[in-house]
Design a protein. Structure first.
Length: 107
């Protein structure tokens, strides 16, 4: 079971842009093999960060406008938002340590 909340376009502003902590957004799709491999890694990372960082998932196929707004061209794409702004973009499956270091620099 994922620790990340599934959100849709109508929730994006309140859950991501108006959040009071940094937010990691996982853009994914059900057909994406690397997305499925990334999910348990993100669960581990979210447990490590606890309440310091919020994790959400956005299905790129079901939320096309949001995916287009943020120029999502490859999956999985992780984006880190801080104070309502996108501050980091990570595309593709990568090691847990690389994801953690890219999140930590925005804390």
């Amino acid at each position: 079971m994922s620790n990340a909340s599934d959100i849709n376009e109508s929730m994006f502003e309140s859950e991501v842009l108006n959040a009071d902590v940094p937010v990691v957004v996982d853009f994914w799709a059900s057909w994406c093999g690397p997305c499925r491999k990334l999910s348990p890694i993100l669960d581990d990372i979210s447990n490590e960060f606890g309440a310091k960082v919020k994790f959400v998932k956005v299905n790129a196929d079901e939320n096309i406008k949001t995916a287009k707004d943020y120029a999502i061209s490859g999956l999985p794409t992780l984006m880190v938002f801080k104070d309502g702004k996108a501050v980091e973009r990570l595309v593709g499956l990568m090691p847990k340590s690389a994801i953690i270091s890219n999140i930590e620099k925005h804390l």
